[in-house]
Design a protein around this ligand. Sequence first.
Ligand code: BES
Ligand code: MN
Ligand code: ZN
Length: 512
Amino acid sequence: MIFELNNKKPEMFSGDLLVYFIQETEEKTVPCPSKAVRRALKNAWKSGDFIGKEGQTFLFYPSASVKSPTAYRVLAVGLGKPADKNDTNALREQIRLAAGTAVQQTAGQKIKSMMAVLPEETGLADKEVAECLTEGLILGCYCFDKYKSKKDDEQEVVKIESFSLQAGTLDPQAVQEGMRQGKRAAQAACQARDMANEPGNGWPPAKFAEFAQRLARKHKLSCEVIEKDAMQEMGMGGILGVNQGSAEPPKLVILKYQGGKKKTDPTIMLVGKGLTFDSGGISLKPGQGMEEMKYDMCGGAAVICAMQAIAQERPKGINVVALVPSTENLPASTALKPGDIITHYNGKTSEIINTDAEGRLILADALAYGIETYAPDAVIDLATLTGAVIFGLGHHRTGLMATDDSLAEQLLAAGDRAGEPLWRLPLGPEYSKQIKSQVADIKNTGGRGAGSITAAAYLQEFVGDTPWAHLDIAGTAWNFTEKSYIPKGPSGIAVRTLVDLVRHWQGKKKKG
Ligand code: BES
Ligand code: MN
Ligand code: ZN
């Protein structure tokens, strides 16, 4: 897909679709010298059919002439009422939504090339306008049709091949930079959606390893894959235990980006749950809706895809290491059983009460191993960990639990900027008490109440003093609040939040 800045005047654009974004205000003047376009918009305005409301669109086919050439189609998209100028996150979202609406309109139409004229006087910096518009366009036209075989009588679906942004009076350099940032982050999120859309048999743990190795070669990252025999040697009883019932070998995939040259430069560690299919194991899940558990790898996808964007962006003075423990969770005569006791990488023993609480088991090993190996300044794990988070927050916010206030605040801010809001829940000794076991150090479920927090309390046992945050994305990784730029299915949640976090990272610098 081509994405470029175009200095051509909009009226000289002769492609398939020209898009204007219009605020809901009293007077409407469109910055387009084409008379035909101006007249059509004025009429739509006068009739009340199109007044720039959020989500409103108006598509027309102006007749071009030599004197007044224009694109074949023109689309006006409403931005809504001008948001509070101090609420830049609301403004950012307004632009993403409108861009998503624009590309949704093109679905089913024969549109290959599109030019979007950047809205002016939005209250945002020029760079942000371009960034959010680009994100909305790319995220909004996402579609996964890899497994659909085309039928002869079906008309061929036309996809947009080239987007151009027209900067208008905005600073072209800022627009260029914003466009690049938006593109990197949004394409990475679409990549995460692709991984999630793959079925269990299309995306076994080995695929995470292959993808990471390819990414490392392409973008100069270092990649390491810890295989089953090495896990056995190191005593990663959590990943191995969950994998016991599966014919697919487990993988612990590690990707490292080195942007810091100084010893004092911070290292952020990301850990993502890469459960490629979660049947529940011996504590089998009900059949209804079980197919959705192919999405149980969305944490892993978010982490690997964030690394893709970070590797393209190459921020200086910061290191990022990502770990994805990956396996299936299936019932078999060899599978882990309720009552079994496993030993994790750090030597802690755990009584298995429910084999369906498997995410914490694989994350525990990855957290303990990663912290010991990379001594990070901060750790963030992401997982579709508990159904309970959906009871608490619905599909609108990701659950955040953290041992460090500064880390939590940075994540909350990044989520707000990205339009992927988080909500912090508490941790504490009362919750940790719920997972004490009679026969082992801890047990893998916390009984009734606070299911998301007791899951986090389990992970907390493996992070020591390192500042740590846990994101429970079970409610947001799919069926996330539907928006123009978030289609049904996997959302690609947290990729853009993580990229934004790294862009804005403010860490306490390491001493010495
Ligand atoms: N992958 C699931 C969590 C999940 C449930 C994600 C529904 C998305 C939608 C996780 O492995 C799981 O099964 N958790 C159990 C934990 C329980 C057994 C303590 C749950 O939430 O029911
Ligand atoms: Mn489970
Ligand atoms: Zn799971």
